[in-house]
Design a protein around this ligand. Structure first.
Ligand code: CUA
Length: 336
């Protein structure tokens, strides 16, 4: 019993001791990588430490009272006067703390909008059950870049996200960069973020949206401007043409089956918009909204029986012969 208590105490102390440095990792609101997340992080620590202090004081007072036992009749009048003072002081301190919280909350809320800038990159985000559609906006329609479940952003430049949903309510959340913003049908919500250092920041849907809500992730890759421009230039190009007989056959299969009804591959006849865009699929890290690593085996399993990995998703299973399946995989893997 005693050793168990000691383990718990050690775990608690370790948590408190390491918490100041945040939980460094792929997805942590306590490891801010941008001004928005930093402000939310500051507010969180202010509230946590203040509440921890209040909790310690309340528990100490309780312990002191229990030890002291009942007041003697002779002390009653004196005790009463002291108690009144203590309670009045407690009410005053509580009021001050609550006002301080309200003001800092308000200041943080305003600061979260401070990135608004005409120089921002604008990305239209559409939430679907259960994947993310991203479109980099440009006044010239042919310069727009559409992609899915993965965005790249240049470090140090504000990004404006104009968001909407095609079905139910979703919530866009990249803990290292910002708090949550809901995506609604028929109404556009807007949020801003900026990354101050390069990195891969995992995001996920933060509003229960159905069976595969937990498999609705994405990644934000923040990189130096040069690297971002190179990525963006490549994205802007239509898909490369099938280079050999295998890839050509794969492309034919893609265009002759139902794939093209839902998926878009720019530069080809496939123009569907109800499923992830695939023009540069091979350059992405994962498939199925962060569910699987983007490997040939996973892609194969996904095409043949996606329900096995993500039950309820809208991708039908495809019964292709080995040769056709390999040709299709050759084609998809060429889409760099
Ligand atoms: Cu989309 Cu939860």
């Amino acid at each position: 019993m005693r050793s168990k208590r000691r383990q718990w105490t050690a775990a608690l102390l370790w948590t408190v001791a390491t918490s100041g440095s945040g939980c460094a990792g792929v997805q942590s609101a306590l490891d801010p990588a941008g001004p928005q997340a930093a402000r939310i992080n500051d507010l969180w620590w202010l509230m946590l430490w203040t509440c921890a202090g209040v909790f310690a004081i309340v528990i100490s007072a309780l312990v002191a009272a229990l030890r002291r036992g009942r007041a003697q009749p002779a002390e009653d009048a004196e005790t009463e006067r002291k108690m009144t003072k203590v309670v009045a002081a407690g009410v005053a301190v509580t009021t001050v703390i609550l006002f301080a919280f309200m003001i800092s909350d308000f200041v943080t809320g305003r600061a979260l909008w401070s990135l608004a800038s005409p120089d921002a990159i604008i990305i239209k985000v559409t939430g679907h059950q259960w994947w993310w559609d991203f479109e980099y906006q440009d006044p010239i329609p042919s310069h727009r870049v559409r992609t899915a479940n993965e965005i790249h952003i240049p470090v140090g430049r504000p990004v404006k996200l104009e968001m909407t949903s095609s079905d139910v309510i979703h919530s866009f959340w990249v803990p290292n960069l910002h708090g949550k913003t809901d995506l609604l049908t028929g109404h556009q919500t807007v949020t801003w973020l900026q990354a101050d250092r390069p990195g891969k920041y995992r995001g996920q849907c933060a509003e229960y949206c159905g069976h595969q809500h937990a498999h609705m992730a994405f990644v934000v890759i923040a990189e130096p401007v040069g690297q971002f421009n190179a990525w963006f230039d490549n994205e802007r190009h239509p898909a490369i043409t099938a280079a050999n007989a295998g890839q050509q056959r794969g492309q034919q299969i893609f265009m002759s089956r139902t794939c093209m009804m839902c998926h878009q591959i720019r530069g080809t006849d496939a123009g569907g918009r109800s499923a992830p865009e695939l023009t540069h699929l091979a350059s992405r890290e994962s498939i199925a909204a962060g569910t699987l690593a983007n490997t040939r085996d996973n892609l194969k399993g996904w095409i043949v029986d996606s329900q096995r990995f993500k039950p309820g998703n809208k991708m039908p299973s495809h019964d292709l012969g080995d040769e056709d399946l390999n040709a299709l995989l050759d084609y998809l893997e060429s889409l760099k």
